[in-house]
Design a protein around this ligand. Structure first.
Ligand SMILES: [Zn+2]
Length: 336
């Protein structure tokens, strides 16, 4: 009976110690490999913005003209719907892999999105957007404002979030353009006016963040047919803009491409924040990495060697300390 009690005490102490040591190891490894970028990212997902609507957005056109912004003609894929579009953009995975095929099917994404990846790497993430994004990525945002009907506050809320929390990656998601497309068609005066209005809001937001080390990315989930509506492979639905704006855009080393894809956004964000990509991402980053190695692969070898020895050292240490504590316990008990 006495030997069984001794074994029980030994095992309890051993597992408690081992657990503590493993946690300490993970923490120290995290600190050693963390290579957080100073850059911050603000993504504006303009719902339902088709490629040729850039013509009604003077601020964005001006930024491109004065070489502070780069426009990529981009393509999305059928189904050209919102929820599948959000999933493609932020996980970098095509619909046949991620399985998000419909709008009215509110299941969470099964594939890690860039906000979750950033959060795991210690970045602060934030959302000011439509509630579908939260349904899709429920664990990805540290700070959030979501709306159900009117998106009139979405830019002001984004600015409040920046002032209050200083997020490293922020998603702003206005619906106004998409609504105008559905009601009046993509060639209508109303659609053009909503594009102009969003352009003004983007300028307003940019003026708040341009001196705070932010890179701005403007993207859309899908376009609209001339007569309004989307979902199929109509040219108006498929062709969307992708714009990257930065005060020092030369330093980003952006590659040139005749056509970019929605799937290129997630790997580009990973490179901008210097976080590891994953195998679900089927696009290519728009950032030219000079040394042929993605930044996430550049890890000091000595860290890997050291970490491979940790389990053996820790287990030995835990066994030794557990025996000493068990023996001491019985020694003191006998003395009493
Ligand atoms: Zn949409």
């Amino acid at each position: 009976m006495r030997i069984l009690t001794q074994i029980f005490i030994f095992i309890t102490i051993f597992f408690m110690l081992h657990n503590l040591l493993i946690k300490a190891q993970l923490k120290s490894l995290n600190n050693m490999v963390s290579n957080k970028s100073n850059r911050k990212i603000c993504i504006i997902l303009v719902d339902g913005l088709r490629l040729d609507s850039i013509d009604y957005m003077p601020f964005l056109l001006n930024m491109i003209d004065c070489k502070k912004g780069v426009l990529y003609n981009s393509k999305c894929f059928p189904p050209t719907l919102s929820r599948p579009g959000y999933e493609r953009i932020f996980t970098g995975s095509p619909t046949n892999i991620n399985g998000i095929t419909r709008n009215f099917h509110p299941i969470p994404s099964l594939i890690p999105d860039v906000f979750l990846l950033a959060k795991r790497s210690g970045y602060k993430t934030a959302l000011s957007g439509y509630y579908w994004l939260l349904e899709l990525f429920p664990y990805s945002f540290n700070y959030r404002y979501t709306y159900f009907n009117s998106d009139s506050k979405v830019f002001n809320r984004a600015i409040n979030i920046i002032g209050d929390f200083n997020p490293d990656i922020l998603l702003v998601h206005p619906m106004e353009v998409d609504k105008a497309g559905h009601r009046h068609g993509a060639l209508s005066k109303e659609y053009k006016n909503s594009c102009k209005n969003i352009d003004k809001n983007i300028e307003y937001l940019w003026n708040h963040i341009k001196n705070k080390n932010y890179t701005l990315i403007v993207i859309s989930d899908h376009g609209h047919r001339d007569e309004g509506g989307h979902g199929d492979d109509n040219k108006g639905c498929i062709e969307i803009p992708l714009i990257i704006i930065d005060n020092d855009i030369e330093k980003l080393n952006l590659i040139q491409k005749e056509w970019a894809s929605q799937l290129d956004v997630a790997p580009t964000i990973c490179d901008l924040l210097n976080i590891p990509k994953n195998s679900f991402m089927k696009g290519t980053s728009l950032i030219q990495i000079n040394d042929n190695l993605a930044p996430d692969l550049v890890i000091d070898n000595s860290i890997i060697k050291l970490s491979s020895r940790f389990p053996l050292i820790f287990t030995g240490f835990a066994v030794f300390v557990s025996i000493i504590i068990t023996k001491t316990f019985y020694y003191l008990k006998n003395l009493l």
